[in-house]
Design a protein around this ligand. Sequence first.
Ligand SMILES: NC(=O)c1ccc[n+]([C@@H]2O[C@H](COP(=O)([O-])OP(=O)(O)OC[C@H]3O[C@@H](n4cnc5c(N)ncnc54)[C@H](OP(=O)(O)O)[C@@H]3O)[C@@H](O)[C@H]2O)c1
Length: 263
Amino acid sequence: MEHVTLITGASTGMGFALAEEFARHHHDLVLVGKDGGALSSAKKRLVDSYGVKVETIEIDLRDGNSAENIYSFCREHKINVEVLVNNASGGTFGPFKNSSAVDNETNVQLDIVTPLDLTYLFLHDMNEKHHGYIMNVSSTAAFQPGPNLAVFYASKSFVLSFTEALAVEEEKSGVIISCFCPGPIRTEFLEESGMDKSKIVKKFKPIDPQKAANEAYKALMKGKVVVIPGFKNKRRAFDVRILSRKCVRHLMKNITSPIVDEK
Ligand SMILES: NC(=O)c1ccc[n+]([C@@H]2O[C@H](COP(=O)([O-])OP(=O)(O)OC[C@H]3O[C@@H](n4cnc5c(N)ncnc54)[C@H](OP(=O)(O)O)[C@@H]3O)[C@@H](O)[C@H]2O)c1
């Protein structure tokens, strides 16, 4: 396999759109996900459409040793990962007190700990070669707190802060580090997380995953550290920096509250 890109959560949504984007640019792929059937059909579509080589790893990224297992698989199969994309994540809409403690912990594993471990493992190999790319998928959620999605927003803040710091540490290493921070994207995640019931989806119209993937790819290749697609999203990320934290909390209370049927 050549120019190998490993993408977590690659069978559907944004992850699949990113896989298509890298395949279009002649990257071979390692697709990671927990649904074997979905991975197989994603593989078939990518091989048929782009003629690239594709490996799949069926694994639950909420498991504490999943990063180590993915890394071992790549070593055993002599796969040199040139690009690591930490894309998979999860979150549930609703007040924190109504959430499940177990779900919160596994979401933190999926959104923070596993990407951290994968970054750690693959970064050392990239450092040895003085070459590589790591894209961590965050969100515009990273820039402020999100009532009703408190754990998800906090996790995305972690990912952004960590990725920016790493980008500085790796500035002269030959490894490009980038954080992709999209606003709402038209994927199953909006429905599954319950976010489609919040006003945010009405206010910031979801964009097409393919368009988002194209922007993320171009920005990674240019070495951009923080990538926010769309003017409205860029503006939102900027505005929260000049407003007081109290004001931002108040605005977010409104934006991430459930849509009330006005009939
Ligand atoms: N959609 C949005 O509006 C939006 C906005 C901002 C940021 N983002 C970010 O973009 C990224 C992709 O989101 P998306 O909307 O494409 O999500 P999605 O449609 O829900 O897809 C999630 C992908 O992650 C995989 N996945 C989920 N849990 C997993 C687990 N425990 N182990 C292994 N794989 C798992 C799923 O694979 P299986 O089917 O195999 O489980 C699926 O391929 C996320 O980081 C998300 O936070 C999304």
